[in-house]
Design a protein around this ligand. Structure first.
Ligand SMILES: Nc1ncnc2c1ncn2[C@@H]1O[C@H](COP(=O)(O)OP(=O)(O)O)[C@@H](O)[C@H]1O
Ligand SMILES: [Mg+2]
Length: 298
């Protein structure tokens, strides 16, 4: 592994823009500096331990997908090499290398844009109860992890740290973003998902669902922001052994989630300590996803 674990950054002479579950974001002139740490969250609670290589995997994967889709959708990426960052930022090189991006500052749309090609998670739950997902009626007879007749757009609200996102019908997204923006975001979401899912399937990974964020740039144009098709923002399943009718093993958090489920933990902060074996396996899974998708390991 090239990079040391970074759990949290504190750059005294940069202005902190925000700290998310995984990313520390700083002001950098007209741009933002996004530092993807090795923090890991599960059930929306941030674990105490870092996952080696995680920040780098997420950064490389995002870059890979932004690049692949750039003819389809403009994105926020400005620079990814520390040498191309502003001078004031470069002094933190040792904590930035491999895990940071200089991006266009955008005004994020107030919804998360989710595409689903398969029934899992909250989608499966809603389907079982009402045979809909985000209010979209679906055919009877689908099983857990079944492929949907076609991918659907299922927006959700953006929850504050410690809360869970909530699925909303498209009409609510229209209310929050405006009709035209909502339609634009939906169309982009489905277009990106369609292409990415086809590419990933050819490389042995099913993308069951994924979450995108879009924002308005300085010119009021819609651009793709945040992260792109990573194990944190998506459900990746191994194609090999895919069998609807139950949950699928996943590439990313499954080890961790399965482990946490064995504990008597209420899924509220503070998190329990993680055994080294769980950390190691989780790190391996992240790297495996990167290698399968991009052909290049860490
Ligand atoms: N180009 C951008 N302009 C403004 N905000 C952005 C941009 N890209 C990402 N963000 C915001 O940065 C945050 C990413 O940090 P992260 O740790 O992933 O947060 P979260 O815990 O909300 O997932 C998100 O709130 C996202 O909306
Ligand atoms: Mg995020």
């Amino acid at each position: 592994m090239a990079t040391p674990i970074v759990l949290r950054t504190d750059f005294p002479d940069l202005k902190l823009h925000s700290r998310g579950k995984v990313r520390d974001i700083y002001e950098a002139g007209e741009h933002l500096l996004i530092v993807t740490t090795d923090r890991m969250s599960a059930f929306d609670v941030i674990m105490n331990e870092g996952i080696p290589g995680k920040g780098e995997v997420l950064t490389r994967l995002s870059r890979f997908w932004f690049e692949k889709m750039k003819a389809l959708v403009p994105n926020h990426l400005v620079a990814i090499e520390v040498d191309d960052f502003p001078v004031a930022v470069r002094r933190y090189r040792d904590q930035l290398e491999g895990r940071s991006m200089l991006v266009k500052k955008a005004r994020p749309l107030p919804v998360e844009c989710v595409a689903r090609g398969y029934l899992a998670g909250s989608g499966w739950k809603e389907y079982r109860e009402r045979r809909t997902v985000c209010g979209i009626p679906l055919p009877a007879g689908l099983q857990e992890s079944s492929q949907l007749p076609e991918p659907i757009f299922t927006p959700s609200t953006k929850a504050e740290i410690g809360h869970h996102d909530e699925n909303i019908p498209f009409s609510k997204a229209e209310e929050l973003c405006g009709k035209e923006r909502a339609a634009e975001a939906r169309d982009l979401t489905l277009a990106i998902y369609g292409r990415a899912a086809a590419l990933a399937e050819g490389r042995g990974i099913l993308i069951a669902d994924t979450k995108f964020e879009f924002g308005l740039d300085a010119d009021g144009k819609l651009i793709w922001i945040d992260e792109a098709l990573t194990p944190d923002s998506s459900r990746f399943w191994p194609l090999d052994g895919y069998r609807p009718g139950g949950p699928q093993p996943s590439f990313d958090k499954q080890f961790l989630r399965d482990y946490l489920e064995t504990l008597d933990w209420d899924k509220q902060a503070p998190p329990p300590p993680l055994p080294p074996e769980i950390i190691r396996k989780t790190s391996e899974k992240y790297r495996e996803a990167l290698e399968k998708l991009t052909g290049i390991g860490l």
